[in-house]
Design a protein around this ligand. Sequence first.
Ligand SMILES: [Zn+2]
Length: 129
Amino acid sequence: MRKCEYCGSLVPDDKNKCDACGAWCAREVEKTAPIPSSAPIVPQPPVDNAKNNIGTASDGKFISNKGVLNSLVIFLVCVFFGMLGLHRFIQGKIFTGILWLITLGLLGIGYFADIVITGVRFLKSLVKN
Ligand SMILES: [Zn+2]
């Protein structure tokens, strides 16, 4: 129950009209309703979205792709420090890393094999993206 704004008599919650004076008494729910609807809905500019999808987004995706970058870094480390097994330490292969370090990349055989493997892995990551 609530009070009529005009005559002060009680108005049932399920009625919008005062029985005593006949005035229309807006419900409290209806009074508060305009507040959420008046909340600003920022329209998204469609031009910018289309631009991002076609142009910069794809370029950014390539640059920020960790798979491509990681495999490139591992490949380059393998080329320059492969004899010391540094690329294997980076990949968390500690045991073979130590083996590479002691034997200088399995006397060069493992070194060259890893250059091919990491090189192919890098090219594959490029193709995927
Ligand atoms: Zn009234």
